[in-house]
Design a protein around this ligand. Structure first.
Ligand SMILES: NC(=O)C1=CN([C@@H]2O[C@H](COP(=O)(O)OP(=O)(O)OC[C@H]3O[C@@H](n4cnc5c(N)ncnc54)[C@H](O)[C@@H]3O)[C@@H](O)[C@H]2O)[C@@H](O)CC1
Length: 496
């Protein structure tokens, strides 16, 4: 599991530890870890020149001390300074070690020729935008240089809220003590490259801001049956999905639920998808009945008027009015209104929109206290600030929101709970029906008793791993992902 703490919490933990340690010890620990990574990269890449981009704060000091150590060890190092401003102690160390200090046009020339660029312009204390000459430095970084960001890529928001395409785009980031939201959240995660966390001894009393499950966490969370279990105790999932137009969604969701190990699946549909489910998934039973959780919505047409569709919708509405956990996806999202929100305020509910659906929901329901904001929300706005918009929907509805995308975000209704961020899926998984598979898989976990945030995060991880294993680096169709779930789960459980 990777946990990230907010910049405020990190500053508070640093201040507390700083009081206990000798002056400069915290930074010395950070620099030691940083130097180790850069030295390893120099030998792996056969790099000859390293340049540090040095900003005015402690982040610049880390970078400058690091090149001072490397220069002492014989590496050809330079440091770009903006009008000579930098941490005094670090500057002295760099001068003494023979680091070449450059600025202006000379800095641009040296950056353009560097093998490794160490970005120490801004760290946790950075505000949006690159200061002074730094914007020119960043533009001068050659495509083939290996860029190592110190703590975080400069220009990107530390809390992960805003991505700057003109900021630093790193090949890797070396951060201290713990990850920060910038490293785990879209849209900024894409600027970080691979992440190394150097332990400098901070401890935290507070909850993390972001949590990402790793493969080794699956065995702790996955509902593995014991000898006393039967199909009912393992969890019965009701699936209200598929209509005369989108009938395949039903097959995909039900298949995924059965493959994920639901004790039993009860399917409620209209004639065409029902026939398909009967043929494709003989394990499913048909019609309404007692369940431990519901999936409502894949392929559901809430505007259909034929008798069977109206009867199916009535079951969907009963599920939303009932007490069992409900996952609401696709067409089912159209059924979420003030009455449903009120009825489900204390009940486990997981909404699983993609960016476009989330934009439509926020536009229709409004956001903010008492839904006062009634502005049109565009899909592009959700993509630019996914966490903020998912949180707005979670606050508006009191429901957990799973926002689908190349990184899946799960934002719990409780604003104090960490956001979950899973980036396990290959890009090939952006394919029709993948969301239907996710709904069946996550629904099974809800029926087994997991809470919506755990079910969403764990389901997203397994969905991604199944796609990765089935596709083996190539294309993957949604049904194959569903059929790949058992092997993916077995593979992940075997790591324990
Ligand atoms: N506090 C500690 O004890 C430790 C801090 N460490 C490093 O310290 C960093 C945090 O240090 P700082 O708080 O000094 O933060 P930064 O190094 O990010 O620098 C903040 C400084 O830059 C200025 N600034 C920020 N954004 C600007 C902008 N857009 N344009 C112009 N000026 C801007 C601020 O006014 C401030 O002077 C971490 O990211 C980490 O790299 C590590 O050395 C570990 C130990």
């Amino acid at each position: 599991m990777i946990e990230a703490w907010s910049p405020q919490d990190v500053y508070a933990a640093e201040a507390a530890l700083d009081e206990e340690l000798a002056s400069g010890e915290l930074m010395a620990r950070a620099v030691e870890g940083l130097v180790e990574v850069v030295a390893a990269r120099i030998s792996q890449l056969d790099a000859e020149t390293v340049i540090a981009l040095v900003g005015p704060g402690n982040n610049g000091a880390d970078a400058l001390y690091a090149v001072a150590h490397l220069a002492e060890a014989g590496v050809a190092c330079a440091a770009a300074l903006d009008r000579g401003r930098a941490h005094e102690g670090a500057l002295e160390a760099a001068r003494a070690a023979g680091v070449v200090l450059v600025s202006g046009a000379e800095a641009i020339e040296d950056i353009a020729e560097a093998d490794i660029v160490l970005d120490g312009v801004l760290g946790l204390g950075g505000r949006p935008g690159l200061p002074g000459e730094a914007a020119d430095w960043v533009r001068a970084i050659p495509d083939d240089a290996h860029v190592i960001a110190v703590d975080l890529p400069s220009g990107q928001a530390a809390d992960g809220s805003a991505f700057d395409p003109d900021g630093v785009l790193a090949d890797e980031t070396v951060t201290f003590s713990v990850a920060k939201p910038v490293h785990l959240l879209p849209p900024t995660e894409q600027a970080c490259g691979t992440l190394t966390v150097v332990d400098i001894g901070l401890t935290f009393e507070t909850e993390p801001a972001v949590v990402r499950l790793g493969h080794d966490d699956v065995a702790d969370l996955w509902p593995v049956p014991g000898p006393d279990d039967d199909k009912y105790s393992r969890g019965v999932l009701g699936v209200v999905a598929g209509g005369e137009d989108y009938s395949g969604a039903a097959v995909l969701a039900v298949t995924a639920a059965v493959e994920a190990g639901a004790g039993m699946v009860r399917y409620v549909g209209t004639p065409t998808p029902e026939g398909l489910v009967r043929a494709a998934v003989p394990e499913a039973v048909h019609g309404e009945g007692r369940v431990q959780a519901w999936v409502v919505g894949p392929g559901l047409d809430v505007r259909a008027s034929r008798r069977e569709a109206v009867a199916q919708l009535a079951v969907a509405r009963r599920a939303l009015a009932g007490e069992e956990p409900v996952l609401v996806d696709a067409g089912g999202l159209d059924l979420v209104d003030d009455e449903v929100i009120e009825a489900r305020r204390e009940l486990p509910t997981l909404l699983t929109p993609h960016a476009g659906e989330l934009a439509r929901l926020l536009t229709r329901l409004g956001s903010g206290p008492r839904a006062r904001s009634r502005t049109e929300v565009e899909r592009s706005a959700v993509e630019a600030e996914p966490v903020r918009h998912a949180r707005a929907l979670a606050e508006r509805t009191g429901m957990t929101v799973l926002l689908k995308g190349s990184t899946t975000l799960v934002v719990p209704a409780d604003p104090g709970s960490p956001v979950r961020s899973q980036a396990d899926a290959p890009a090939w998984l952006a394919t029709a029906g993948a969301g239907d598979v996710l709904s069946g898989l996550v629904g099974t976990l809800l029926a087994a008793g997991l809470d919506p945030a755990d079910a969403g995060a764990l389901g997203a991880l397994v969905h991604g791993v199944a796609a990765d294993r089935v596709g083996a680096g190539g294309p993957v169709r949604a049904l194959a992902v569903a059929h790949g779930i058992p092997h993916a789960v077995a593979h992940l459980l075997a790591r324990h």
